[in-house]
Design a protein around this ligand. Sequence first.
Ligand code: NAD
Ligand code: DAU
Length: 339
Amino acid sequence: MKNILVTGGAGFIGSNFVHLMLGKYDDIQVVVYDKLTYAGNPDNLAPVVDNPRYHFQQGDICDAATVDKVMQQYDIDTIVNFAAETHVDRSLMEPGGFIQTDVYGTFVLLEAAKKYEIERYHQIGTDEVYGEVIEGRSMETDRLHTRSPYSAAKAGGDLMCLAYYTSFGVPVTITRGSNNIGPYQYPEKVVPVFITNAMDDQPLPLYGDGLQMRDYQHVADHCEGIDTVLRQGQPGEIYNLGTGVETTNIKMTKLILKLLNKPESLIQPITDRPGHDRRYALDCSKVRALGWQSRHNFEQAIESTVKWYVDNEDWWRKIKSGQHYQAYYERQYAGREIG
Ligand code: NAD
Ligand code: DAU
């Protein structure tokens, strides 16, 4: 693993992964390949821009010719695919782009992996492919039960990866992560929306009864887990990645308000997300057997995330003051207040 193509590396988790890899290893080159959609942000990569082992190419993973050019130009031996449309609420509004990038784009990258006989293709997957889990925990062998266009598209990508392993011997691994939080998360996902709204004394739009459960993990732990699987995971295998402890959204919301010293009266219940999965819960024993475990518990992950947004107001105010963000926010939240 010398020349790594990080697709979607200008997004939230991808940029954290780039920082981790360039800081941790001094014998690798990292090439970020990113379309720079609304979620891709060059500011996320500012800390590494002068690193001679870092390279950037703007491009779409669905564009086979440009992917091929980059594979040759940088002699790529490893692909880590973070590129995706990622927000469930947007997949309910406009699902087409999710199918295109998350399924067809994955196919294009797998074709490149096959053609150049690379050492490893790693797919960043999600726990959402298991669907809601009211009791117990999802194992990697569980059947998929997708319920949103986002999770269905992600499942399509995973299944294409497994098909390329079985049919063509492409050395594929997949991780299925739970909800990430931490630096550089676009303020459409719940935790950065709630932190930044609270800082501005704006309402926190909580869906339904707030008793849905998510396993909020720190992005640094997720990235370490991905690196563990890249180095020690077996081709053809899937690894769940999370803390293994889930929390209700209302508990997460109250902790954010407490840390910011803001009143709970800022919580604004709104109509629920259609098809909202009540609970995700992962069994992570398979990845733990490789020696990985998360270093942050829920409280530590939230606390460090709140601190990052307090310390990096310029980063998120630039996004939130933009026309694209404000149009999205209006479309997503206007008129949904309950009571
Ligand atoms: P993000 O939305 O912050 O970033 C996605 C990145 O992909 C952006 O930089 C965007 O410009 C790029 N991109 C989108 N379409 C592209 C295309 N066609 N070609 C090239 N680049 C494209 O996403 P994220 O939260 O960092 O998620 C990264 C990956 O991790 C995704 O595959 C997502 O499904 C998965 N995941 C996310 C979470 C989470 O909690 N955020 C949890 C589990 C898995
Ligand atoms: O589980 C992994 C997944 O986590 C990733 O695959 C997705 O890319 C990522 O977006 C995330 O999906 P969720 O739908 O769980 O994340 P989101 O931040 O959108 O919502 C988290 C919870 O908070 C969920 O129960 C819905 C709720 N929510 C969300 C928003 C945006 C609210 O109550 N209010 C909100 O405004």
